[in-house]
Design a protein around this ligand. Structure first.
Ligand code: F6P
Length: 508
């Protein structure tokens, strides 16, 4: 098979038009778009046709409709997978909880005595809000600081608390299960710090945990046990890595307000409608998901680089690592049978142009072909709050330089450059996808995340796996529980030689 991008363009004059599309992100309040150029990928129309036929054979449309209908497609845990409900304005059960959450968010937002919001959570209870608060910086209430503490490494909590005072801090304990070890330890440290600095935990003062701690969880009883009485619930049909749309988004809601959070949900809902109704050949999440499967299984690519050419989207690769690898990093099918094909690639990346000065060397001249996904924003939104008029010439120039670099990198990967000496040779023909948001707003960010969710759903269906459980994270947790007391007593009994050797170094 001759997979040559230059030949593909030469033989198909309409290639760009065919392999690109714009999705309208229309909400009641705004009109935006997400454009995607797939034309620099190693695929032609006939291969695309074959992939769409594969999707049809896998029953993708029926399975998608089954998810939207709320059937228990997470078969290993007997749960439905209904995060799409969280952004459906017609869902009255969800709306009632959302209204209460946003009322609280607005109260905190308007309360200038609260200057620091500390979100304590990990995985889906951290990555989503941390990513989105940074991404929507231009929409954030900057009278407050937002801290995201996730790691069990106490230095992270230490660094956040350095900026905080108990009277002006709100701690949000974000945990779907309210049992996650890291989050429980960080929450206990936060409470101990709060009490050590004059706070109470029995309701006996204004400076009480009941006013300065709240929880977002499906396990309200455990939060109450911890001594928290302001709790916002959600449902077991919301997976951790799909929970940014639920009460887990509280820190984001405080940051961008009721209006901003609803706009974020509306943008995702617009993408849901696209995924639900567009024919497979014109369905962007489907096209991307099929390409992922084709790259992984037919071309045997092992990783995909995500290159947001937007500093605000700098946490996108980390967010996608959980979304894609925790969902589709499986080696058995839905029924537990070993799979005959490979599944999730390694997803990795860093914001451009920084990545150009780090790993792009390898993307251009390394021995492995790694598809690159550029994500850029057409119109910047510099704010005037820094004592500099909005969108000055120098800021506009910087944005042009940023976009020029993104385009040039995609071009260089494809075109390459011949050099007889070898060292300066660029083989070219390296594939990339280019996603362009017209502007980075709550609506487009919501739509972008939903686009990725549905793409992961698509590849999961093609692989025949359950994308909604994560048993692979359990074993390490169990073993950590066994090792922790050994660090205190030095007992290496029954351990393998390497673990025992390391334990001996740690102890005492
Ligand atoms: O990493 C495993 C995991 O269960 C994720 O799926 C989840 O997002 C994270 O831990 C945090 O879980 P919780 O919100 O229950 O604390």
């Amino acid at each position: 098979m001759n997979l040559n991008l230059k030949d593909f363009f030469a033989t198909d004059p309409q290639r760009f038009e065919h392999f690109s599309q714009s999705i309208a992100i229309e909400t009641n309040a705004s009109q935006h778009s997400i454009f995607c150029d797939l034309s620099k990928n190693l695929i032609d129309r006939s291969m695309e046709f074959t992939l769409i036929a594969r999707a049809a054979r896998a029953g993708l449309e029926v399975k998608r409709d089954t998810m939207f209908a709320g059937e228990a497609i997470n078969n290993t845990e007997g749960r439905s997978v209904s995060h799409v409900r969280l952004r459906d304005p017609a869902d009255t059960e969800v709306r009632a909880v959302l209204d209460a959450l946003l009322t609280y968010a607005e109260v905190i937002r308007a309360d200038d005595s609260i200057t620091d919001i500390v979100n304590i959570g990990i995985g889906g209870s951290d990555l989503g809000p941390a990513f989105a608060v940074r991404a929507l910086d231009q929409f954030v209430n900057h009278k407050k600081r937002y801290h995201f503490v996730s790691n069990v490494d106490g230095h992270e909590m230490n660094a956040a608390l350095r900026h905080c005072k108990p009277a002006s801090t709100l701690f949000i304990i974000a945990s779907k299960t309210f049992t996650t070890a890291e989050t429980m330890l960080n929450a206990s440290t936060a409470r101990a710090w709060f009490i050590a600095n004059g706070g109470t935990a029995d309701g006996s003062s204004q400076l009480d945990t009941s006013r300065h701690f709240c929880a977002v969880t499906t396990n309200v009883a455990a939060a109450t046990n911890f001594g928290i009485n302001t709790t916002f619930g959600f449902w077991d049909w919301v997976g951790g890595r799909y929970s940014i749309w639920s009460a887990i988004g509280l820190s984001l809601a405080i940051a961008i307000g009721d209006k901003g959070f609803r706009a974020f949900l509306a943008g995702a809902h617009a993408m849901d409608k696209h995924f639900k109704t567009a024919p497979l050949a014109q369905n962007l999440p489907v096209r991307l998901g099929l390409l992922d499967v084709y790259y992984r299984n037919d071309l045997k690519f092992t990783s995909r680089n995500v290159a947001p050419y937007s500093s605000a989207l700098g946490r996108l690769p980390a967010y996608l690592q959980q979304l894609e690898m925790e969902s589709n990093g499986k080696s058995v099918d839905k029924n537990g049978k070993p799979l005959a094909m490979s599944t999730s690639p390694v997803v990795w990346g860093e914001a451009g142009t920084n990545g150009q000065h780090a790993f792009f060397q390898m993307l251009h001249q390394g021995t492995d072909v790694i598809p690159v996904e550029f994500v850029a924003v057409k119109t910047p939104t510099f704010d005037a709050g820094i004592g500099f008029p909005m969108n000055t010439a120098s800021q506009a120039n910087q944005h042009k330089a940023l976009l020029a670099n993104a385009l040039a990198q995609a071009q260089a990967l494809m075109q390459g450059k011949a050099d007889a000496g070898g060292h300066k040779n660029f083989a070219g023909n390296r594939p990339s996808t280019f996603i362009l948001l017209d502007a980075l707003t709550p609506e487009t960010l919501g739509a972008l995340i939903a686009l990725y969710e549905h793409r992961v759903f698509t590849s999961g269906v093609l692989w025949g796996i359950n994308s909604f459980d994560q048993f692979g994270v359990e074993l390490g947790k169990v073993l950590a529980k066994d090792i922790e007391p050994r660090l205190a007593n030095g007992d290496a009994d029954g351990l393998d030689a390497s673990t025992a050797g390391l334990l001996n170094i740690f102890y005492p």
